[in-house]
Design a binder for this molecule. Structure first.
Ligand code: BTN
Length: 268
C-alpha cells in the first residue's frame, strides 16, 4: 500500500466517528471482502484496494481493476430505513461520487440513469450495491456499496471494447489526475455525509441527482431481456425510478435493475 495513502486514510479513519477503514494492496473484490465479513463487520467499515483481481460489475459483468489505476472502494452500511427506501442508496452514492470528484478536480460529472457517473459522454465510475442477507440476527440486512472510479488509465489501458465507453480522470483533465489518497479522502467524506443524511435528507440528493442526470429529457433505447424499445426519458420520481414515454404515447415506470438504458446517439 502506498505510504501516503495509508497514512492519510488512517488519520482520516480516526475522524470518521470510529468508522474503520481497511487498506489492501490487492484483493479479489472489495465488495467480496466486506461480504465475507458479513453481519460481523462494523457499521460504516470501508475497504479500499489498490488492485482487484476479480472486480465485479452489475449484471454479472467483470470490472477490470488494474493496480494503481483506479479507486476501488466498498463500504458496509446498516441503513436505518424501510426496505423500499434502500433502492435510492445507489443513486445517492452516484451523487456523492460526483460531489467528491468536483471537490478535487475542475470537473462536474453527470449521471446516466440509474447510477453511472459520466464525463464527456463516457463512464468514469460504476457502482455496485449488494444486499447482505443476515439470517443469524434476523435484523435489517446490511448493504455493501462498491465504487470503482477510473483515475489514471490511458485509452490503451481500457482495451478495444471498453475504451469507446470509458474515461479516466487523467483523460478528462488532459493531465495528471488527483492523487489516489486525495480522491479517496474526498469520496469517504462524501459517503460519511451521505450516510448522515440517509434517508431523511432525500430531497436535496434527489434535486442534485435530477440536475446531474444526463438521461432525463432525451430519447432513450430501453433493453429488457435483450429486447430494445425506444422512448423518451421524461421524469425521475422520488424513488429514482425513470418514467419513459413510449412512441405509442403510453408512459411506463422503470426501476433500476430490471432494464438497461442507452441514449440513441451513444452510451449516455
Ligand atoms: C458497474 O458499473 O457495473 C459497477 C462497477 C462497480 C465496481 C466496484 S470497484 C469496487 C467494488 N468491488 C467490486 O468488485 N465492484 C465494485
Amino acid at each position: 500500500m502506498q505510504e501516503e495513502l495509508e497514512a492519510l486514510l488512517q488519520r482520516r479513519a480516526q475522524r470518521r466517528g470510529g468508522r474503520a477503514l481497511r487498506c489492501l494492496d490487492r484483493v479479489d473484490s472489495t465488495n467480496n471482502e466486506l461480504k465475507r465479513l458479513g453481519g460481523q463487520a462494523p457499521d460504516g467499515l470501508a475497504v479500499l484496494a489498490l488492485e482487484q483481481t476479480g472486480g465485479r460489475g452489475r449484471q454479472g459483468r467483470s470490472f477490470v481493476s488494474p493496480a494503481g489505476q483506479g479507486l476501488y472502494l466498498s463500504v458496509l452500511l446498516h441503513p436505518r430505513c424501510a426496505p423500499q427506501q434502500l433502492g435510492g442508496l445507489t443513486a445517492w452514492t452516484a451523487v456523492a461520487v460526483c460531489r467528491a470528484v468536483q471537490r478535487v478536480c475542475p470537473l462536474s460529472p453527470g449521471i446516466k440513469w440509474p447510477n453511472d457517473v459520466i464525463l464527456a459522454g463516457k463512464k468514469l465510475c460504476g457502482i455496485l450495491t449488494e444486499l447482505e442477507n443476515n439470517p443469524q440476527t434476523g435484523g435489517a440486512s446490511p448493504v455493501v456499496v462498491g465504487i470503482g472510479i477510473n483515475v489514471s488509465q490511458r485509452e490503451s489501458d481500457f482495451g478495444p471494447e471498453v475504451a469507446p465507453v470509458a474515461i479516466s480522470l487523467a483523460q478528462a483533465l488532459g493531465g495528471p489526475p488527483p492523487r489516489l489518497a486525495v480522491l479517496a479522502a474526498a469520496v469517504l467524506d462524501e459517503l460519511d455525509a451521505l450516510y448522515a443524511a440517509f434517508p431523511a435528507g432525500g430531497a436535496e440528493y434527489l434535486a442534485d441527482y435530477r440536475q446531474r442526470c444526463l438521461t432525463l429529457g432525451h430519447p432513450v433505447q430501453v433493453l429488457r431481456r435483450g429486447v430494445p424499445k425506444e422512448g423518451w426519458a421524461e421524469e425521475i420520481d422520488g424513488e429514482f425510478a425513470l418514467w419513459v414515454r413510449w412512441k405509442s404515447g403510453q408512459r411506463e415506470r422503470l426501476s433500476a435493475g430490471e432494464v438497461s438504458v442507452r441514449g440513441l446517439l451513444g452510451y449516455v
